[in-house]
Design a binder for this molecule. Structure first.
Ligand SMILES: Nc1ncnc2c1ncn2[C@@H]1O[C@H](COP(=O)(O)OP(=O)(O)OP(=O)(O)O)[C@@H](O)[C@H]1O
Length: 849
């Protein structure tokens, strides 16, 4: 209430001031009647009025807008109360500035609209004065110019980028949007919040020309705004008021609380300001306004307008940088006040002073974000996630965060060594994700959707699940079969997710021209009605929609109609340009916000599992390996790495008594040598001291050193024989339990008796005899085991990404290679299943001590 009172007091004071000035002016003018021939007296009077005007409307508010004005400083300390509208010239040779009260007290109307160039000049000079004189950022302007389709305000276009002057409304929809905004300004839906955001701002609505056939109901709304506006910091300048009285409905009285300017030729008449009079209070005649013709101010020089607007927007940029707090709910509203049953909601930015809110619900289930690198995509996503996580409790919102970019991303969310806290809404985090990891997450979501679909009817889909995939376009390039699988998974989750509370937010960089556009992949992206274009990200909008052209950093086009455009210049209800904050501008605040969410977590909350694609797991830290060493494993495992997935497990082949308990690694390069070493150590860890026998053969020079280290480690723990080629062939005896470890087995060539090998492979496992072999040339392996039919004798075949030659004899289908060089694939030939894994880190040190 105190704000309203203060406004009222201020308005009253301004009225009194206005009245006093008007009275002084009137007295001066009255005293000239009847028109005296005394030229000196006239000049003296004009001098006195000029002095009064200079006091009331100093600097930009009253100066002549020519080149000399350029040197005046911008931005005053308080809201300008009086402003010059032209030059009053009661008699030839005597003139003074015509000054009227406006901001803080009332409005201004001109009977003609801006189709009269004098009105255009008046509006531009008035706007320039007010903008230049008001404290930076304190005056927000909304403009309407239907007849000129916005041209009246074109010189002020620089202010658009700063959000100080949105593009003028040019049609009825636009006019209604301006009226609605002004109504909200007067009667905010959330008074506390609005006061906080508005600070000491004033909204000035300038109507240069009304849309044709503006309806009476809209005119009545404007009149109502005029009645109630001044106390709430809303002022109107309306050209073309009263509107032509075409019908009874459109016939309007003078605008309440407005000074009326009536254009004659070549001068204008200025009526009394609201609540006061230019006439002499002592006079017995009723006042008819300023008793002098007024020549309204002409169009200010374009260069002057440009300079002022440029400087104002630069200042506004600096002063009014939005902060993440602007997107979060009010303190009064508190944490987790949102109800996630129907939807998830957050504010993503501001269009001028208006918060732009987006939702994840049935109508807008999935969002697509695009922007060139450095366009603030991370910033935007962090804002969205914090916004959602402050509004919705972890029981209502579960977030999966998958980032395909290189390196550790999103430290804002995950537990790190420096900050033990994490966002309690996170269920899984993938950094530098593999496609396989994303697939695993999507498969999980798909399974969850099937569960939800079959659950009891009417059950609320809680928690709502949001899966964010950053740099997702990586998933749509590369191996065609893999892309098809990704697309099918995304499609399935998107389709069912809409109704069952699973939402996708895909963010990426614009696809190169050669790639299919979003419009071409309509089947999938048609399910993403929310499109957010950051700078350079116009590809998420329809090809004909150029709203994102030339967006500056920190802004985005937010479109809720699948990127659909609309007629140029028309107001688009489904599309807004928002400004959004840089959450990293204040790292300590970000840390504090995260701390707040973390503090509020449930007592039994656990940190999310984090998958970091850039790290290599260590054999000596592998849970399966450690269990084997501790004697808790059920059978030995030839371990080679960790499976890429949501629930990572040891990648390897169990070396029990079942058929096929052997490992073959195929492909040249040091990784093959390393993996055989890991596999042998994995097997050795299972056996207590002296309970196992190893036969190690290095048949190629490149493996000698690794074989030597293996032998050294095994020695003293188990029985070890180091053998050559013939020794290895001799050891291929299924009746002697033990592990044959062969580095470079293909080097045996014709010395390898195929029948003996096959017998060993077939009969060995049941008797505890296993072969761990590395083959540089896969076709040698295929030949040795007898091609496709024999491959099942080896239960685990690792395919390295190295050039492997022709695998057609071994595989029923081509391998979908992982996109990354530091990955390998494990083939289970019986199930014909390929599993991507991350090989254990090299070298393995101290595994068996
Ligand atoms: N709203 C903003 N206003 C001003 N600067 C911003 C804003 N958002 C981000 N920035 C700045 O722009 C730079 C890039 O931001 P960010 O890392 O979020 O972009 P990105 O698109 O994720 O980039 P990349 O893809 O290269 O990681 C950073 O220096 C950041 O501080």
């Amino acid at each position: 209430m105190s704000g309203v009172k203060a406004h009222t007091r201020r308005a009253a004071a301004l009225h009194r001031q206005a009245a006093a000035v008007a009275a002084a002016a009137a007295a001066a003018l009255e005293s000239t009647r009847p028109a005296s021939a005394d030229q000196r007296e006239q000049r003296e009077l004009a001098d006195r009025l000029r002095t009064a005007a200079a006091a009331l409307a100093p600097g930009w508010l009253g100066t002549v807008l020519d080149g000399t004005a350029a040197d005046l400083p911008l931005g005053g300390t308080g809201l300008p109360a009086f402003v010059r509208i032209g030059t009053a010239q009661p008699l030839d040779g005597a003139c003074f500035p015509a000054v009227v009260p406006l901001l803080g007290s009332g409005h201004l109307t001109v009977d003609a609209d801006a189709r009269d160039p004098r009105v255009t000049g008046l509006l531009r000079s008035l706007l320039l004065r007010l903008l230049a004189a008001a404290p930076a950022g304190s005056l927000l302007v909304r403009a309407v110019d239907a007849a000129g389709t916005g041209t009246v305000f074109a010189p002020f276009a620089t202010l658009t980028g700063a959000g100080l002057l949105p593009p003028p409304a040019t049609d009825r929809t636009g006019l209604r949007a301006v009226i609605a905004e002004a109504e909200q300004w007067i009667r905010p839906a959330r008074p506390a919040a609005a006061r906080h955001r508005r600070r000491d701002r004033t909204l000035l609505v300038v109507i240069a020309s009304m849309p044709e056939l503006t309806e009476g109901v809209d005119l009545a709304r404007i009149a109502a705004l005029a009645q109630d506006g001044p106390e709430a910091g809303l002022h109107l300048v309306v050209a073309g008021w009263p509107p032509p009285p075409l019908t009874a409905e459109t016939t309007q009285a003078p605008l309440p609380r407005a000074t009326m300017v009536t254009l004659r030729n070549p001068y204008a008449l200025v009526g009394d300001p609201p609540g006061t009079s230019f006439g002499n209070p002592a006079s017995h005649l009723p006042s008819t306004g300023l008793n002098s013709p007024v020549f309204v101010d002409a169009d200010p020089p374009a260069a002057l307008v440009e300079r002022v607007c440029g400087e104002l927007s630069a200042r506004f940029e600096v002063d009014s940088r939005p902060s993440l707090d602007d997107l979060l709910p009010d303190e009064a509203e508190g944490l987790w006040a949102g109800d996630g049953t129907e939807q998830l909601t957050t504010t993503v930015g501001h269009d001028g002073d208006r918060a732009v809110t987006l939702r994840f619900n049935e109508l807008t289930p999935h969002w697509l974000v695009s922007g060139r690198p450095g366009a603030g995509r991370s910033a935007f996503l962090i804002n969205v996630l914090y916004g959602l996580c402050f509004r919705h409790r972890p029981a209502d919102l579960a977030v999966h965060l998958l980032d395909l970019r290189e390196g550790a991303a999103f430290p804002e969310f995950v537990p790190t060594e420096q900050a033990g806290s994490w966002l309690p809404h996170l269920r899984a985090v993938g950094m530098e994700c593999d496609r396989e990891y994303v697939h695993a997450v999507l498969r999980d979501l798909d399974a969850e959707l099937i569960r939800r679909a079959t659950a009891a009817e009417g059950q609320a889909p809680t928690p709502r699940i949001l899966c964010v995939i950053e740099e997702f376009q990586e998933l749509l390039t590369g191996d065609a079969r893999a892309v098809a699988e990704t697309t099918a998974l995304l499609d399935s989750v998107a389709r069912r997710g809409r109704s069952y509370g699973v939402h996708l937010l895909l963010a990426g960089r614009p696809a190169p021209d050669a790639e299919p556009s979003y419009a071409q992949r309509d089947a999938l992206f048609g399910q993403f009605p929310v499109r957010i274009a950051l700078p350079g990200g116009g590809d998420v909008l329809e090809p004909t929609n150029d709203a994102a052209a030339g967006l500056p950093l920190g802004t985005a086009v937010v479109n809720t109609a699948g990127g659909l455009g609309g007629p140029r210049g028309a107001t688009r209800g489904h599309e807004r340009v928002v400004r959004f904050p840089d959450p990293h501008a204040d790292p300590s605040r970000l840390a504090a916000l995260r701390g707040r969410l973390w503090e509020a977590r449930d007592a039994d909350a656990t940190p999310p599992p984090v998958y970091a694609g850039f790290t290599s797991p260590r054999l000596t830290e592998d849970p399966g390996y450690l269990a084997a060493l501790a004697g808790h494993a059920a059978e030995p495992v030839a371990a080679v790495g960790r499976v890429v997935g949501v629930r990572p497990s040891t990648a390897g082949v169990p070396l029990g008594r079942s058929p096929g308990a052997h490992l073959a690694v195929l492909g040249s390069g040091p990784l093959g040598v390393h993996l055989i070493g890991c596999a042998a150590r994995g097997a050795a860890a299972f056996h207590s001291r002296d309970r196992a026998r190893f036969v190690v053969a290095s048949l190629v020079a490149e493996a000698d050193e690794a074989a030597g280290r293996l032998v050294a480690e095994l020695t003293g723990r188990h029985e070890v024989d180091r053998v050559d080629g013939p020794g290895l062939v001799k050891a291929l005896d299924p009746d002697r339990p033990g592990y044959l470890v062969a580095f470079g087995m293909d080097a045996l060539g014709g010395e390898l008796p195929a029948e003996q090998l096959r017998t060993f492979l077939r009969a060995g496992p049941a008797k505890g005899a296993h072969l761990l072999s590395w083959w540089r040339k896969p076709h040698r392996f295929a030949d040795a085991v007898g091609g496709g039919a024999g491959r099942a004798e080896v239960g685990g075949i690792v395919l390295l990404r190295a050039p492997v030659g022709d695998l057609s004899g071994l595989l029923e289908q081509p391998v979908g290679w992982p996109a990354r060089p530091d990955r390998a694939v494990l083939l289970d030939p019986v199930a014909n299943r390929l599993t991507t894994f991350v090989p254990f880190a090299r070298p393995v040190v101290g595994a068996l001590r």
